[in-house]
Design a protein around this ligand. Sequence first.
Ligand SMILES: C[S@@+](CC[C@H](N)C(=O)[O-])C[C@H]1O[C@@H](n2cnc3c(N)ncnc32)[C@H](O)[C@@H]1O
Length: 229
Amino acid sequence: MTHPTDIRREHRPLLLDSFCCQGGAGMGYHRAGFDVTGVDKDAQPRYPLAFHQGDAIDFIRAFGSGFDFIHASPPCQHDTDCQRIQGNTHPDLIAPTRDALNATGRPWVMENVRGAAHKLHQPVMLCGAMFGLQTYRHRYFETGGGFTLTPPPHPAHTAPQAKMGRPVPDGWYGQFVGNFSGVPLARRVMGVPWMNRDGIRECIPPAYAQWIGSHALAHLGIFAPAVAA
Ligand SMILES: C[S@@+](CC[C@H](N)C(=O)[O-])C[C@H]1O[C@@H](n2cnc3c(N)ncnc32)[C@H](O)[C@@H]1O
């Protein structure tokens, strides 16, 4: 692993993709123009970019200030409907992650699911329909460190949605969560051909992060954001 302080900026600004899993967010920021380093507590052999295995909050506190922009996706199992029903308990890392992000002094985004949206401060919601994806997959994004986002218009949901995790009939939209069926379809719909089921169920579509990334670059004074969502 390259130590982040050893990374020399050539052309691309540096982005820390914390809690990176298999890199849905990371790939979007890479496509936007960032040099991305992912951090996850678990080995992530499918992560397609530079990777460090370790605790994300420790890493943000130690090295976050050396990055131009930071993305965080603390685990959402604590807040998913199915986990609540099953009575599973997981650590809630949202507040400690926010504290670590704010301590860096850098601009940041922290993402989570609908069940945790009430814990995020004034989150912006992104939907697949905003990006022409055939899945709705609402995700919520808190911003900080001086960075703000105005979401694109939210198109009406006109396609019928298959039930969570169930096979997706032609013309319907899938919900790729839990032990969903149809990995090839999910890869195609969400634009994540390198991922397996474990990564897909956790990820944000790269299109979301590419859009955020283009605005982050504008915030940093590097490129103009893409016009269309
Ligand atoms: C919701 S997933 C992230 C999805 C990712 N943003 C994407 O778009 O593909 C959360 C990840 O956080 C990791 N994780 C959980 N606790 C962690 C910790 N303390 N430090 C680092 N990673 C952690 C999990 O292993 C999991 O891969």
